[in-house]
Design a protein around this ligand. Structure first.
Ligand code: SF4
Length: 183
């Protein structure tokens, strides 16, 4: 029987590990999509990309790297003047792009590694995936990947890949390190 094809939006290497394991177990043919204009600065984007390249090699999956669309302006245009709700617009930007590529590529399903992180707004992400994919001809595959939180962490340590210390945008970087201003 022909395998179902799934486009997996990937935010970073460590978060991709457990979802890839599950999707493989479920028998999907997986294509990854690294589309994250939210990540700041460029060097951080590249470090996360390199970690993902190690994971994709280890698990033998192909990944589209949308480096041509890595431009912080795309992120700021989404969130400016609505910074307090920035995560919603940040998810929206990435999920919308994923669905558009999945449609064009005639994928059966799409999903995102954002559903793996315990630090993301899980229900907001799954609702957005459902809402944005309605009548688009590509189905949203939901799985609560948070169940594999520890497995993903252990495996990322075994692989020796870069593990980031903040979510991605300049706001999250500031919130993570602002206490250092006091020292
Ligand atoms: S904190 Fe994370 S999800 Fe929220 S806007 Fe920043 S990068 Fe996007």
């Amino acid at each position: 029987m022909k395998k179902k094809r799934i486009l997996l939006h990937i935010c970073c290497g460590p978060c991709a590990i457990y979802p890839i394991q599950i999707l493989k177990q479920e028998g999907f043919e997986i294509l990854g999509l690294y589309y994250n204009p939210n990540i700041h600065p460029l060097k951080e984007y590249l470090k996360r990309k390199q970690a993902l390249q190690t994971v994709s090699k280890e698990y033998n999956i192909k990944v589209i790297y949308k480096d041509d669309e890595y431009n912080p302006i795309n992120y700021f245009r989404e969130v400016i003047y609505r910074e307090n709700n920035r995560c919603f617009y940040c998810y929206h930007m990435r999920i919308e792009k994923t669905i558009s590529i999945a449609r064009r590529g005639k994928f059966d399903y799409f999903t995102t590694t954002l559903l793996y992180s315990k630090f993301q707004k899980h229900d907001t992400i799954s609702t957005l995936c459902k809402d944005l994919s309605r009548n688009k001809g590509v189905k949203f595959y939901y799985h609560d990947f948070r169940e594999g939180w520890k497995i993903g962490i252990e495996e990322s340590k075994n692989l020796g890949i870069y593990r980031q210390q903040y979510c991605g945008c300049i706001f999250s970087e500031f919130e993570r390190y602002k206490n250092e201003l006091k020292t």
